[in-house]
Structures are given as C-alpha cells and as structure tokens.
Ligand binder design. Sequence first.
Ligand code: ADE
Length: 249
Amino acid sequence: MRLGIISALHEEQQGLVEAMQSPTKLTHAMREVWVGQLWEIDAVCVLSRIGKVAAAMTATLLVEKFGVTHIVFTGVAGSADPSVRVGDIVVAESLLQHDMDASPLFPRYEVPLTGLTHFPSDRRLALQLAEAGQAFLQHDLQHAIDGVERNAFALQAPRLHRGLIASADQFVGSRERIRALSGALPGLLAVEMEGAAVAQVCVELGVPFGVIRTISDNANENAATDFMRFVKSVAAQYAFHIVRRLCLA
Ligand code: ADE
C-alpha cells in the first residue's frame, strides 16, 4: 500500500510533512510532493491547490507518476445542512460536481459519457476515515485544540456525518445559493471545490479513495470570514490527527 494524501491548504499539509519519516521533497508540475513514511505507512503528501482541475491533476499525478494505491483528501467544507455545524466532520459516501450541466444533452449533474452523477467513494476507506474522525473527536480534540479556540468556534460536541459532498469551481457564500443547492440535491451535507474531481479521477483509474472534510463555515454571507478564521486556527489540527488515527489504525 502507498497512500496519497492530498490537501488543498498549506496549513493542513505542514503538520503531516513534519511528521514524515525520511521525507524527500520533489517538485513536479508546479507542486511540491513529499515522499516518505507516515506512522510506518508509505505515503506521498501533496498540495493540490484549489479547484477541480488542480485536484484532478494532482490525483492523476499521484497515481500515474508516484505510484500511490489509495488516495485520501483532507480539507474543509461549507455546511449544506442545518444539522451539520462548524467543527463537525463529514466523510463522503459519494461526491457530485454541482457545476456540471450538459443538459439537455445529458441529465443535469451527469458527467457526460460516464452515466454517473454521484461518484461513490471506497466503502472500506470511508469506514476507516469515519473511525479515524470519530476517534479524533472523542479522544484528541480536547487536548489538540486549546480551550479559547474551542469556545471561539463553539466546538463543544462536534459530530461526524457520512453522506453526499458536492464540489464545484465556486466558493458558496450566500444563503440563497446554498438553499437552492440543498433543495436540488437530496442528502447534501457539504460543499467544497475538489472532492468530486478526485472522485472522478479515482473511479476512472480504479483507485480506492476517500474524502474527509471539516466544516469551516455555513456557505452563507459570512462564509469567507469564517473560512479564513477556521483555516488559520484549527483546520490543521483536525487534518493532522485524523490522518494519524487513520495510519495507526
Ligand atoms: N470550502 C470551505 N467552505 C467552502 C464554501 N463555502 N464553498 C466552497 N468551498 C468551501
């Protein structure tokens, strides 16, 4: 097994790279790629940057050039459901590109000529990620994130959810837009900008993948401010400890 870990943000990758045993830095396609071991597992860490093309490129490189056998994407997302709160974790069971619309040639959201709107993540990896996320919430959160920040983000009892994540080349920052999306997509839990692109690449290449996201904002008018605050102060702790739990399991 060789695990590829994609993060969209520098803050999230930093801790993982520091935890790597015998890391080697390679530069390819305008990306820094770190190859080494994470808690005894062969791993490759890379920053995708933001957006579907960047994420698809990164996933393809990881498989075709760096020989990874499994891919995990860690990052943050906006909530698409009132029961999913800032600080909660969402593990994708399936992913959809909400800006894909080739209608009337193909049904809305269907990726043309694949017959798919929803790309399922690997069941085993999704389960392992959910267990890692749950273990983080139960055992690590309390000491990994200091009390002032836990209060600032109201991280009293964050929960883990599993279900649909939708991606697009679009930061969602209005109540009207997020309501329209959740109305159109039953079971939608969160929105972000990379997961469904990684999903399509991995399904096409036959590589098991999983996506785990921490909710940084409510995809409303405050989303950009909330996102920046969350990413600056706590997102890295989530990413680090969840991957650590995953590797040690
Ligand atoms: N990632 C984190 N928050 C997001 C939002 N509101 N829209 C898209 N991607 C996000």
